[in-house]
Design a protein around this ligand. Structure first.
Ligand SMILES: Cc1ncc(C[n+]2csc(CCOP(=O)(O)OP(=O)(O)O)c2C)c(N)n1
Ligand SMILES: [Mg+2]
Length: 336
């Protein structure tokens, strides 16, 4: 069996839970799209629909104490980490009840309690942060692993290469998880990269690496778990590529007219939610149970939407909180 393949057989309960999380992310995102078109969410909004199996499978492979870093397509990543849908939706709405009190918005989600550190808008820049967090873990000599999600486009950036280089040199406990959805904004991968499997970039620094299919949540879990275990054992970092696809445009303002004819329909044939439903059905889970899960998550997502809508705006008096360190610029605090 090659490295990207899997023989992992999840239990019925495990798979049902993963289905619940994936269905929640999808419904949450559909409602975020609705809110965006109604101008209840302003600024940028990048949807994750189509890629849900990656966030859910990868999150299941982590410990709560591990660090997770992501970029701007991160609603699914933070929800899979267990952050409350209410707090995430309220953040998208820019409300004071949001996970970062409404000052971050869609692209800057963070949850200190769950070691979820972003949410970043600078493509590739966040890879250095995950590498730094892994350096800190090594320095403390604890068991913490950093996992960083990034796109195929980010794997063309200088910060990406620099992160790989140092992570491998110092054998840091970090898993670089590329979600290759074959587009960087409107540019398809074959137009900007000679290589199409971004895990191959690891070869240049001697890093353990492999590619796997990112549509089956169990396959994602198993592949990421093996990489996380390897990193945690002190052997060094791993770079993985999950083959995936985004159904929507790059952001809400992109109609995605650059796709080849029929491309989206072809990918939808291996839709992550359908796959897991089929798997569960084959395990004897009846249609009613699956529909009930769906109804429950629809309710949770709607509750998050209603909560966000009815929440207060952030207090204007707190506009500059967290902009500077407390007391910075205060002469009384400057030591002579
Ligand atoms: C340093 C930098 N360059 C360019 C941009 C503009 N930009 C935003 S997203 C993006 C595409 C990135 O694609 P990818 O890494 O594949 O992630 P995906 O959007 O597919 O999840 C670009 C070029 C940016 N935000 N930061
Ligand atoms: Mg991409």
């Amino acid at each position: 069996m090659s490295e990207g393949e899997t023989s992992y057989e999840p239990s019925r309960d495990e798979l049902l839970e993963w289905y619940r999380q994936m269905a929640l992310i999808r419904r949450f995102e559909e409602l975020a799209a609705k809110a965006y078109t109604q101008r209840k969410i302003l600024g940028f909004c990048h949807l994750y629909i189509g890629q849900e199996a990656v966030a859910v499978g990868a999150s299941a492979a982590l410990e709560p104490t591990d660090v997770v870093v992501s970029a701007y397509r991160e609603h699914g990543h933070i929800l899979a980490r267990g952050t409350s849908p209410r707090a995430v939706m309220a953040e998208l709405f820019g409300k004071g009840t949001g996970i970062t009190q409404g000052v971050g918005g869609s692209m800057h989600l963070a949850d200190r309690e769950r070691n979820f550190w972003g949410g970043y808008g600078i493509v590739g820049g966040h890879l250095t942060l995950a590498t730094g967090a892994a350096f800190a873990a090594r320095y403390r000599q604890d068991e913490q692993v950093s996992l960083v999600y990034f796109g195929d486009g980010a794997a063309q950036q200088g910060a990406f290469f620099e992160s790989l280089l140092l992570a491998q040199l110092w054998k840091l406990p970090v898993v670089f998880l590329c979600e290759n959805n074959y587009y960087a904004m409107g540019t398809s991968i074959e137009r900007y990269s000679a290589l199409q499997d971004m895990s191959l970039r690891g070869d240049g620094v001697g890093m353990k690496r492999w590619q796997f299919q990112g549509f089956d949540v169990a396959e994602v879990y198993d592949n990421v778990k093996r990489a996380v275990d390897y990193a945690r054992s002190g052997e060094g970092p791993v770079i993985l590529e999950a083959v995936t696809y985004r159904y929507r445009g790059h952001s809400m303002s992109d109609p995605a007219k650059y796709r080849k004819k029929g491309e989206l329909d072809d990918v939808k044939k291996k839709d992550a939610l359908e796959l897991v439903r089929d798997r569960l059905a084959a395990m004897g889970v009846d249609q009613d149970t699956l529909d009930q899960v769906k109804a429950e998550v629809n309710e949770i997502a709607q509750d998050a939407y209603d909560f966000a809508e009815s929440s207060p705006d952030p207090d204007p008096a707190r506009l500059y909180d967290y902009t500077y360190a407390p007391d910075a610029g205060d002469d009384d605090n400057v030591e002579a």
